[in-house]
Design a binder for this molecule. Structure first.
Ligand code: KIV
Ligand code: NA
Length: 265
């Protein structure tokens, strides 16, 4: 294997090779995702939803993100591992942002970090970049600001918000981010942004005109089944498969069929 680096991602864009990215939050999942050849593993703060059952991503802490990230790092050989800075760990001032960033890098062994937002957090991103830590931006629907938006609907449909998003993307490129996630924005706008900057744009619900795609692993495996956005393609129906497996085990235990003669000492 050849390790994926932030440099290889920028090269992939230049060579028009699309970038694959999935989330993972634990060792076992990360080792399977890495072994399948996925370019980038995101230790997303969506762990607040998928792993902890919170309704939003706001409650997850820096310590919890470090736990998930260090578990993922132990499972990988090739993928680039990007970790979300959680809500509250970078918004108050650039020094605190850098302290949080350093903690994740030191305590988990992550390769890069992701922060939500544009010019509001420019100084924090610059501080982190100055310390030699690669940063991925995240624009469009930014779930840590859910109470400002009020809903999880498509962002930047109006001209003013679209213009701000385009300017933010250019700014992120200019200050030295290596990539940017665009979440839930019109495909036409996402394509325009991808064509306007030289760093890769990774989309989720942002159409096919971008440089790569990301999905939450529990969603694409069909483990979750009440979350049904248009952009989600399910590659398995694990919710049904797992339910059937658990029910079969339950039945076998109740009937005394499990364990059989060959399954005991
Ligand atoms: O936390 C997450 O899973 C994310 C992706 C959806 C981009 O930020
Ligand atoms: Na996230």
């Amino acid at each position: 294997y050849k390790r994926v680096t932030v440099k290889s991602l920028v090269e992939m864009k230049a060579n028009k090779e699309k970038i694959s990215m999935l989330t993972a939050y634990d060792f076992t999942m990360a080792s399977i995702v890495d072994g399948a050849g996925i370019d980038v593993i995101l230790v997303g703060d969506s762990a607040a939803n998928t792993m902890a059952g919170h309704e939003t991503t706001l409650p997850i802490t820096l310590d919890q993100m470090i736990y998930h990230a260090s578990s993922v790092i132990r499972g990988i050989n090739r993928s680039l591992v990007v970790v979300d800075l959680p809500f509250g760990s970078y918004q108050s001032d650039p020094k605190e942002a850098l302290r949080s960033a350093i903690r994740i890098m030191k305590e988990s062994g992550a390769h890069a970090l992701k922060l939500e937002g544009g010019k509001e957090i420019k100084d924090s991103i610059k501080r982190i970049l100055n310390a030699g830590i690669p940063v991925m931006g995240h624009l469009g629907l930014t779930p840590q600001s859910i109470y400002k938006f009020g809903t999880y609907t498509v962002r930047a449909k109006e001209e003013a918000e679209a213009e701000k998003l385009k300017a933010d993307a250019k700014m992120l490129e200019k200050i030295g981010c290596f990539a940017v996630v665009l979440e839930k924005v019109p495909a036409k706008l996402a394509k325009e942004v991808a064509e306007s900057i030289s760093i890769p744009v990774i989309g989720i619900g942002a159409g096919n005109g971008v440089d790569g795609q990301v999905l939450v692993v529990h969603d694409m495996l069909g483990m979750t089944h009440e979350f049904n956005p248009r952009f989600l393609r399910r590659y398995l129906d694990l919710h049904t498969e797992m339910t059937n497996a658990f029910a079969a085990y339950h039945k076998d235990v109740k009937s005394g069929d499990f364990p059989n003669e060959n399954e005991q000492y």
